[in-house]
Structures are given as structure tokens and as C-alpha cells.
Design a protein around this ligand. Structure first.
Ligand code: GDP
Ligand code: MG
Length: 168
């Protein structure tokens, strides 16, 4: 008899070019591309994982950063259990903008759990994460550095999101 696998919807948000699509690609397909076409609107992939002895299916939504798609994004946050707020460690503006990403998501999902992610750490291994960690603490979220290019932190990011999604 087929048992249905619980589905957890998670979203990956942040400015355009921070590496959202690359992180998802690295996690789901284990590969990285140097040049990528910008995501139009929204895209999603699923991955079935084992966590604490349970099988769950993650549906991972990839939000386009372009501001003119905000109306599209808003509806798509509905039903999500965790959101990653991704910034590019080489681009301070992308960190400054995470507050507005947070605000946009919490309007739709007031109880959302968040994970703050500093991506492209391969480009700046000595990145001083204190400001990013302060922001993460201000929204009661864990902070994690990743590289979609090397794969550093990528498993941890998505497993962390799954744990947060499952937390009662
Ligand atoms: P998105 O707009 O947030 O989805 O960003 P993309 O995934 O399309 O990535 C934007 C650009 O940054 C692409 O040229 C990627 O190859 C590059 N990129 C993404 N993640 C990393 C990373 O961790 N390290 C490096 N060096 N480049 C990255
Ligand atoms: Mg993209």
C-alpha cells in the first residue's frame, strides 16, 4: 500500500544574483554553473530526504528577486514552513535588503521560521559575518555561510530548513 510522503514547502528568497537558484541546483542536482539565466517569476524543485528516520518531500520554491514580480511572490509564500533569506557576502546591499524580504514574507506567513544564509563565501573566505549575524539574531534565525560553487554549507542549509519546518 502506498503511503503518502509528507510535503514541506520551503522558500528561498533574497535579491537577484545572490545565488538562490545556484544553491537549489547544487542541493538538488549536485552541480554548479558559472553563468545562469535569471529566474523569471518563480520556479520550484522537489527533493525527497530522510530526516530523523522519516521520509519527507521538500518542495523548494525559488523566488525571483526582480521587484516587479512582487505581486507574484506574495501569493506563493502561502503554505510555506521555512524561508531562507539569502545574501551575497560580497554585496552589502543584498544584506541590507533582507529586512524587506523578511517583512514581505511575514505579512503573508506571520509565524514563518527563517534561516539567514550568506552565500558566495568562496569569494570572500574571511568575510566578517558579525552584521549578518546581528540581523539573524534580530529575527531569531540561525545564520549559515554557504557556497553554491564549492557546495560548502549547502546540505546544512536545506536540512536546517527541513528541521525548522518540522519543529513544533
Ligand atoms: P539568483 O538570481 O539569486 O537565483 O542567483 P543565481 O543562482 O542565478 O546566481 C547568480 C550568479 O552568481 C551566477 O553567475 C552564479 O554562477 C553565481 N554564484 C551563485 N552562487 C555562487 C557561489 O556560491 N560562489 C560563486 N563564486 N558564484 C556564485
Ligand atoms: Mg534565480
Amino acid at each position: 500500500m502506498a503511503t503518502s510522503i509528507p510535503l514541506l514547502k520551503i522558500v528561498v528568497a533574497g535579491d537577484g544574483n545572490v545565488g538562490k537558484t545556484s544553491l537549489i541546483r547544487q542541493y538538488c542536482e549536485g552541480r554548479f554553473e558559472q553563468s545562469r539565466v535569471a529566474t523569471i517569476g518563480v520556479d520550484f524543485q522537489t527533493k525527497t530526504i530522510e530526516i530523523k528516520g522519516h521520509t519527507i518531500k521538500l518542495s523548494i520554491w525559488d523566488m525571483a528577486g526582480q521587484i516587479h514580480f512582487q505581486s507574484v511572490r506574495t501569493g506563493l509564500y502561502r503554505g510555506s514552513r521555512t524561508a531562507a533569506l539569502v545574501h551575497d557576502v560580497t554585496n552589502p546591499d543584498s544584506l541590507a535588503h533582507l529586512q524587506s524580504w523578511y517583512d514581505e514574507i511575514t505579512v503573508v506567513v506571520p509565524q514563518q521560521r527563517f534561516l539567514v544564509v550568506g552565500n558566495k563565501i568562496d569569494l570572500m573566505p574571511n568575510y566578517d559575518s558579525s552584521e549578518a549575524k546581528r540581523f539573524a539574531a534580530s529575527i531569531k534565525a540561525p545564520y549559515l555561510a554557504t557556497s553554491a560553487s564549492s557546495g560548502h554549507g549547502v546540505q546544512k542549509m536545506f536540512l536546517g530548513m527541513a528541521y525548522l519546518a518540522l519543529k513544533k
